[in-house]
Write a protein that binds this ligand. Structure first.
Ligand SMILES: [Zn+2]
Length: 339
């Protein structure tokens, strides 16, 4: 897959070196602060701090909930002469802990309301029931016995998709497509982009020429789909529609949730769409070649990077679920045994 060149060489160099990128002023009164999180790849979230005309600050995706990460965010605020207590709005692109995680602590510290899409709140509220249904699904996938426990632990009731804190799911402000964030002097609107999760949103800042994409589009990583609870839709179809939605935003600089800022989101979206199309063809070929296969047997014929033989746990679960989404997209889900 072709990779867009960085707008921020400092971010790209830090990524290559495995270091945390520096705080940068993206536009007057708009900064990015990289916040680390443990146990994941990529291992930093790009938080964005936006000053309103009243001097108050909004944060998009404050990052991971771990106490040390909040300190890094606080240090970033200090570097631009501000404090976490100055925050009057926390807006999150989606429910994953590396984006939403610090929202609760930041809200406690500043009193700022937390804004997210209603579908994310619903997913957090249904997390337990969704996970139990996932357990049942996983048992129909034909996963070899030696790998089954790992997949169940990563995909079913053993998994926590959400904020990673003991706190109950919350949102003070529910965002819907087109909603403008309450930041005086700015016009930043919500673009609903389901796929990665059901209530994933991007934020469009036309006056400043910026598009905040969360995990919908990243410069190097191909974001997984259907990773935010059950939506009753095909998350792959949702993601493809959400990528196509970016067509009108090619003139904006892209501020993603990880890696580095880049331009030409339309080309990047096209690469991701083409990659999905190719995978759909591989799933079709596998279904043509096999008679009543299990989902695992279908996925075994799809050239996932490294092949599914090299996978276990979350990676394997994600590859299998995506195979199921492709089969559904083809209208051929019923050809799979156990489905
Ligand atoms: Zn993320």
């Amino acid at each position: 897959m072709s990779i867009p060149p960085p707008v921020s060489t400092a971010q790209a160099e830090a990524l290559a070196a495995g270091a945390l990128p520096p705080v940068e002023e993206v536009r007057p009164g708009i900064w990015t602060i990289a916040v680390p999180f443990r146990g994941g790849v990529p291992d930093a979230t790009l938080a964005y701090v936006i000053e309103g005309s009243d001097g108050a600050l909004a944060v998009i995706d404050p990052g991971w909930s771990d106490g040390g990460s909040l300190d890094v965010l606080s240090d970033g605020f200090r570097a631009v002469g501000r404090r976490l207590e100055d925050v009057t709005l926390v807006a999150v692109t989606h429910l994953h802990a590396d984006h939403l995680g610090a929202a609760a602590a930041l809200r406690r510290r500043s009193g700022a309301p937390v804004a997210m899409h209603a579908a994310e709140v619903r997913a957090l509220e249904h997390e337990r029931a969704d996970a139990e249904q996932n357990d049942r699904d996983v048992r129909t996938w034909g996963v070899p016995a030696a790998l089954l426990d790992g997949v169940l632990a990563a995909w079913g009731t053993g998994r926590r998709i959400g904020q990673g804190t003991a706190e109950a799911p919350f949102a003070d402000l529910l965002l819907a497509d087109g909603d403008v964030l309450p930041i005086p002097g700015r016009t930043i609107s919500t673009l609903w982009t389901p796929g990665h999760t059901g209530g994933h949103v991007c934020f469009v800042d036309e006056p400043d020429g910026l598009l905040f994409t969360g995990d919908h589009v990243l410069p190097r990583i191909n974001p997984g789909v259907g990773l935010g609870g059950r939506t009753g839709t095909n998350p792959l179809r949702d993601a493809l529609g959400s990528l196509a939605r970016l067509d009108g935003y090619g003139h904006l600089e892209v501020c993603p949730g990880h890696e580095y800022r880049f331009r030409d989101v339309v080309s990047r979206a096209r690469v991701l769409i083409d990659h999905r199309d190719e995978r759909t063809r591989h799933v079709a070929d596998a279904l043509d070649a096999l008679d009543r296969p299990t989902l695992f047997e279908v996925a075994s014929r799809v050239p996932f990077s490294g092949g599914i033989e090299s996978m276990s746990g979350f990676l394997l679960a994600s590859a299998l679920s995506q195979t199921a989404f492709h089969a559904d997209l083809l209208g051929r889900a019923e050809e799979i045994r156990g489905a």
